[in-house]
Design a protein around this ligand. Structure first.
Ligand code: NAD
Length: 975
């Protein structure tokens, strides 16, 4: 590659900086005031964060009172940073200052928004673009939008794009020609592909690409006819592969193959950027038409590092800012060297990076028309003029649209301008020395975010990676020829004397997944006896050894993860991500309880002179583990791993519907080296084998997870059995829920609708943690419901093992009939606002489509009783008090959620919403071992938290042994 002369870069850089600095705004002009304002907010990071959070919440606030209240809540805690008069005003909530303060806040945010957003209409944007043109600046325009949650919204977005292309083509037709600026196309639009479908899913690239291209083609056709250019924007890392796939798919179509007016944004902060550019260059050459590449540094750095840390995924971005700068220069050189295939559009406001690109272009002798610079609207104005004055094309990325959805964009820009690694901050606002600004970037050490926990959860599989998708698809294909899987009781002496049953795939009833020989009552007794015989040796096995065996089990489950996912998907109708999370959680449970057991069983003594005191924890005996089908591996593993780690032996009784995956667990325990008899695997009907287990004198503990009625019955029978069996059977019962999410009147509806949909319809609502009630404050109720219904209408029903499916089948025909009966009943209690249709799927499997009821009375059966299916009740609340009363007003207390942007409301709800697991501003399902120990109270359970520090204690009894060592004059302390 051509060498670039550092001296030339420095020369060009100094020249640019001199031009920029001579154009510094005059004191007291609008630009000067804005710069001062920006510099002022940066003085205190906490103040800045609170201020920007307020700006983000502002458009959703309905009246002056709400604005003033939120202002106080956000800025109150950091008011020390404000001048005294502003502090004084902040404390006034009432008349006459209220309208004044609210008005001032709105005015300031509006001004700020106008700085970065080109207009609210096509006409307004055209005027702003005309002003840019007079400064000899080209443009690309981007449409700000809310997150697309439904197909209706995706249609609306596509329509707006076509209107934008048409409108701008008309508005700019009269502009005087300019060879440099008009090279290629005068009208240039930037588009986010993810907004062209509500079913954007990196795990389902084929279906997503098809759906996106449907809406993209008409846009591209119109652009081509009107001579406009289309640039595809890049968003989060998780979307990148899919964006590139869709782009290549559409541009490989015959009608677009030769069309040159297309580009894509590529982010230099991604470690994969070099490979992506390589692949793109190869592809563009094969296509035969070059592609423009807008090389940016990347705007989601914080998001990417946080998401990676949260999920335990490799960090996709360079963690040192200088590494990104260095990569940016390397990629710039690559683009210029490969400009036959990729046309360079160098985007950013870093003078050093721009000077470097200018020098590279010079070294290659590239004509100014064949590359360009891009900068953002409202940022680094003197730099735009300086580069334009050199006779280079500068294109301004100008967003337009309504200010409400624009706030997220605005806040991103504000953060970018004021971040302490930003060139804009150092170069334009703080006036750092020129040599410093122009130094060649040299990467420093990596800075990784720490999650701050000792226990590391098994990462969820990232299905945006092709290898991960291929692995699961491969596992499903490999499983099918092996079906049906044989399942039978397993313990020394087991035969399987009960009935033989078939387990069918609920997505496709023609497929038999497992053939089961069930146990009968006699065999249940034999299983308990076998576990009882194995107990003494297991109890006396050192806890470190038991822990090691559980760690080995975890390793086995982890290494066979995709095969286990495939079994779960086919046996219980769980989708890819849900099945994967099930296995990951099982792995976590084994590892977590293994290490907890070592801590909990550590000897504890309280000796005083002449007296030894020992506090000793001991396993209780045989634990009957009775599990549900909805987390067919995770819950079964959690309950049994805890019992085993503590030194109990176990009778493993899976749900009737999910014996095949349960068999895998039992087999993994065996292969890990847990001795025969310690785990007795007992597939069978609960009503048959359950009573036999409770009647066996060796069974001292029942770990049950399932429905309320069964749990309460087991509890009752356990107490009644006490006189016969000679001890009190301890029952750990995790039962149902009627979980509510409160949607506050200032909630971000993009997030609230997404969170409610995911919580209510994930795994068809068959999670104990699922949201079955949305309690929505009156002021946003109708807007929320409108978007919710569109979103629910857009969910794709299909087979669970198809990654494009969003709603699969319910577990079996009995569940389907029960849920449908409950829906029919509920029609008499509330308004059925949406009833989905399962269509053809209903003939193949056991499907129930999503249903949403509105105007639901809080006391109705619909609002009080668990349905355990894809049915959501929406309740209207006058205010927060009423919302809390409704949310708390059931006999369950498992999970709950809140969407709000008011710090005071969040505080209040933390205190007053009585549930076992409360989630704020996120979905209410998906608890992780150790991070979110899980379990409820009231009729949801006994309050023990699975995956938490107290859980193991339930499988242990404590004994205290006191020995007097003061005898015959010896203190006993000598020994
Ligand atoms: P279920 O109560 O029908 O069955 C659970 C288990 O109990 C099964 O293994 C079943 O065979 C067994 N069983 C049934 N009758 C029995 C009896 N008389 N004696 C002994 N065992 C008996 O529940 P399900 O349909 O499998 O699961 C759905 C329910 O589980 C929902 O209510 C859900 O909320 C609840 N759940 C709760 C949690 C939680 O952590 N709180 C987690 C998952 C599921």
């Amino acid at each position: 590659m051509t060498q670039v002369d550092e001296r030339r870069i420095a020369e060009l850089g100094h020249d640019l900086l001199a031009r920029v600095r001579s154009a510094a705004p005059w004191p007291l002009t609008r630009a000067w005031v804005e710069d001062r304002g920006m510099a002022w907010t940066m003085r205190d990071e906490r103040f800045k964060a609170q201020l920007f959070r307020f700006v983000d919440a502002l458009p959703g606030l309905r009246d002056d009172a709400a604005v003033v209240r939120h202002l106080g809540e956000y800025l109150g805690p950091v008011a020390g940073a404000l001048p005294a008069p502003a502090r004084w005003l902040l404390g006034r909530q009432g008349w006459p200052t209220r309208p004044l303060v609210a008005g001032a806040a709105r005015f300031a945010a509006h001004r700020l928004a106008h700085k970065f957003i080109a207009g609210e209409s096509v006409a307004g944007a055209a005027r702003a673009l005309g002003r840019l043109r007079r400064r000899r600046l080209a443009f690309t325009i981007d449409l700000l939008g809310e997150t697309v949650l439904s197909e209706v919204e995706a249609d609306g977005y596509a329509d707006q794009y076509r209107a934008l292309i048409g409108g701008l083509s008309d508005a700019t037709v009269g502009w005087r020609a300019d060879d440099l600026l008009d090279q290629g196309a005068r009208v240039n639009v930037s588009i986010k592909l993810s907004a062209l479908t509500s079913r954007w899913d990196p795990a389902a690239p084929v279906a997503t690409s098809r759906a996106v291209r449907e809406r993209l083609r008409p846009i591209l056709r119109l652009a081509r006819t009107r001579g406009a250019f289309v640039n595809v924007d890049m968003e989060h890392h998780a979307y990148k592969e899919l964006v590139l796939t869709v782009l290549r798919d559409v541009l490989d179509e015959a009608e677009f193959r030769a069309w040159p007016d297309v580009g894509v944004a590529i982010q230099a902060y991604l470690r994969s950027c070099g490979d992506d550019l390589d692949r793109l260059a190869t592809w563009a050459r094969a296509r035969g038409t070059p592609l423009w590449v807008r090389l940016v540094k990347g705007a989601y750095w914080d998001y990417e590092t946080v998401i990676a840390a949260q999920n335990g995924w490799p960090v996709p971005v360079w963690t040192d800012k200088r590494a990104t700068d260095a990569a940016f220069e390397a990629h710039t050189r690559f683009l210029f060297a490969n400009r036959d295939a990729l046309r360079p559009a160098i985007a950013g406001h870093n003078v050093r990076s721009i000077a470097h690109a200018l020098a590279v272009a010079e070294a290659h002798g590239v004509a100014p028309a064949d590359y360009e610079f891009q900068m953002l609207y409202g940022m680094a104005e003197p730099l735009k003029d300086a580069v334009a004055a050199l006779g280079r094309r500068v294109r301004v990325y100008a967003p337009f649209g309504r200010l409400l959805p624009g706030m997220a964009y605005l806040v991103r820009r504000l953060l970018e301008n004021t971040s302490n690694t930003s060139f804009v901050r150092a170069g334009f606002l703080e006036g750092a020395p020129e040599e410093h600004l122009l130094m060649p970037p040299i990467a420093g050490p990596e800075r990784l975010r720490h999650v701050g926990a000792d226990f590391v959860n098994e990462p969820l599989t990232d299905f945006s990676r092709a290898e991960a998708r291929d692995a699961l698809q491969g596992a499903i294909s490999a499983l099918r020829p092996r079906l049906p899987l044989p399942v039978a009781p397993h313990f020394p002496g087991a035969v399987g004397r009960g009935p033989r049953v078939e387990i069918r795939n609920p997505s496709r009833l023609s497929e038999v997944v497992a053939q089961v020989r069930q146990a009968d009552a006699g065999e249940a007794t034999a299983a308990a006896a076998s576990a009882a015989r194995a107990f003494p040796a297991w109890r006396d096995t050192p806890v470190a050894e038991r822990a090691r065996l559980l760690e080995t089990t975890a390793d086995l489950l982890a290494s066979e993860r995709m095969r286990l996912c495939a079994i779960i998907a086919l046996e219980t109708g769980k989708g890819w991500r849900e099945a994967d999370a099930d296995v990951a959680e099982a792995v976590d449970f084994c590892r977590y309880y293994a290490r907890e057991a070592i801590a909990v069983l550590a000897p504890r003594t309280r000796d005083v002179p002449g007296e030894r005191n020992e506090y000793r924890r001991e396993p209780r005996g045989v634990a009957a583990v009775i599990a549900p089908w909805n987390f067919p591996l995770a819950i079964l593993t959690g309950m049994s791993a805890a019992a085993l780690a503590a030194g109990n032996t176990v009778v493993l009784k899976p749900a009737e519907q999910s014996p095949a995956i349960a068999w895998e667990l039992s087999d993994a325990f065996r292969r890990a080296g847990i001795p025969a008899g310690v785990v007795a695997f007992l597939p069978g009907v609960g009503e048959v084998v359950g009573p036999a287990l409770l009647a066996h004198p060796a069974v001292t503990t029942v770990a049950f997870t399932g429905s309320r009625d069964v749990g309460l019955a087991i509890g009752r029978d356990a107490w009644l059995a006490a006189p016969r069996v000679g001890h009190v059977i301890r029952v750990i019962a995790e039962m149902g829920g009627k979980n509510a999410i409160i949607v506050d009147d200032d909630a971000d509806l993009d997030e609230a609708v997404q969170g409610v949909v995911a919580s209510a319809f994930g795994y068809q609502g068959q999670k104990c943690s699922a949201c079955s009630r949305a309690v929505v404050l009156d002021a946003v109720h109708d807007a929320f419901v409108a978007r919710l219904l569109d979103a629910v209408r857009s969910l794709v029903i299909g087979e669970a093992d198809d990654p494009a499916t969003q709603v699969g089948p319910v577990i079996d025909a009995e569940a389907r009939d029960r849920i449908l009966a409950r829906i029919a009943d509920a029609r008499g209690e509330a308004t059925l606002a949406y009833a989905g249709d399962v269509g053809e799927w209903g003939k193949r499997g056991t499907y129930v489509a999503p249903h949403v009821f509105t105007a639901v009375p809080p006391e109705s059966r619909l609002a009080q009783e668990e349905i355990f299916g894809p049915v959501l009740a929406v309740l209207r609340a006058r205010d927060l008090d009423q919302a809390l009363a409704i949310a708390n007003g059931t006999r369950y207390a498992l999970t709950g959620g809140l969407y709000s942007r008011s710090p005071a409301t969040i505080q209040r709800v933390r205190r007053d919403f009585h549930v076992g697991n409360l989630y704020i501003n996120r979905k209410i399902t998906g608890a992780l071992v150790d991070r979110q120990p899980f379990g409820g109270f009231k009729l949801s359970g006994v309050g023990a938290k699975a995956g938490g520090p107290d859980y193991l204690l339930q499988f242990l009894d404590a004994r205290v042994i006191t020995e007097n060592t003061l005898r015959h004059g010896f203190t006993g302390d000598e020994t």
